[in-house]
Every structure is written in C-alpha cells, then in structure tokens.
Design a protein around this ligand. Structure first.
Ligand code: HEC
Length: 145
C-alpha cells in the first residue's frame, strides 16, 4: 500500500467514526447481530422504555424505594448495576419480573417469546460503554461472581 492510499484509508476511517455516534461503533466492534439488535430495540421501545427511559437511563432515585415502598426502575444503560447480572440472569429477570414485589417490574414470560426476551437482553448490553461491557464479560459472564 502506498502513502496515498494509506492517507485515503485514514480519511475514510476518520469520516466513518465521525458519522456514527460512539454507541454504534461499540456495537460493531462487539459483533452484534444487527437483526437481533433491531428486534431488541423495537421490543424495548414498545414495552420497556416507559419505565426504564428511551435511552435506558432509568428513574432518578432508583436505588431507594419510592413513596409507594417500591423500587423505581433502574438504569439499564450501564450506569446502574445491571452489568452484575449474567445474560442468563438478565433474561430470567425479564421473564419473572421483580422478585417478591419489591418493584413494579412486570413478568414478561408468556407475553414475549423466548426469542424476543433474548433479543431485548442483548440490546440492553449494546447500550453499555466498552469499559462496562468488558467488566461484565470478565467479571460477570466469565468470572467467578
Ligand atoms: C412498570 C415499569 C416497568 C416496565 C414496563 C419494565 N420494567 Fe424492568 N424494572 C422495573 C423496576 C421497578 C425494576 C427494579 C425491580 C427490582 O429491582 O426488583 C426493573 C428491573 C429490571 C431489570 C433488572 C436490572 C437491574 O439492574 O437490576 C431488567 C434487566 C429489566 N428491568 C428489564 C426490563 C425489560 C427488558 C423490560 C421490557 C420488556 C422492562 N424491564 C419493563 C420496572 C419496569
């Protein structure tokens, strides 16, 4: 490769980066299946966003029970504790909802198919920064916790 084509390639790479928000680039480097993500996003927007926020930001004060004594919806975007759950546990949470009624997270088993539950679980992890994703992979998914 000569100097000219290297310069051209770098210009292309730079423009590719600035054309996409950080999140999209992250998703590409992590080899997500685009169809799964699209399905997950659709499900999230129609069933989950009203509580967890359209960007997965959750509700403020999510760590403490609200006036009704129930835990508010936590952020799912990597700013909360969701990375402490393995993908199996995330899916199980979605299936069964909030344990012991400590929050108002509904159970989705029977309302969403298994395929839809796993797609929305994958989509949630796609919201995370590379650092959170890496921590999740090393400590939770493949770790000992
Ligand atoms: C009615 C509001 C509401 C809706 C709708 C809702 N959730 Fe939740 N969700 C909550 C609450 C409240 C919690 C915290 C419950 C707890 O900790 O017991 C929660 C917790 C979670 C958790 C555990 C996260 C963590 O960090 O502990 C996941 C994962 C989750 N929700 C995913 C979803 C998905 C996916 C959908 C849509 C299919 C959804 N939720 C729809 C209210 C909701």
């Amino acid at each position: 490769m000569n100097i000219k084509s290297i310069a051209l390639l770098s210009a292309l790479l730079l423009s590719a980066c600035s054309d996409h928000p950080q999140g999209r680039e992250d998703k590409k480097t992590r080899h997500y299946d685009e169809k799964t993500l699209a399905m997950g996003e659709l499900i999230y927007n129609s069933h989950c966003a009203t509580c967890h926020g359209y960007k997965g930001e959750g509700k403020t004060g999510w760590q403490q029970p609200g006036p009704d004594g129930k835990l508010p919806p936590p952020p799912l975007d990597g700013n909360g504790r969701t990375w402490r759950l393995s993908s199996t546990q995330i899916q199980q949470f979605i299936r069964l909802g909030s344990p012991d009624g400590r929050g108002n997270m509904p159970a989705w088993q029977g309302k969403l198919s298994e395929h839809e539950i796993s797609a929305v679980a994958v989509w949630i992890t796609s919201l995370w920064s590379d650092q959170v994703y890496l921590d999740w992979q090393t400590k939770t998914e493949h770790g000992t916790q």
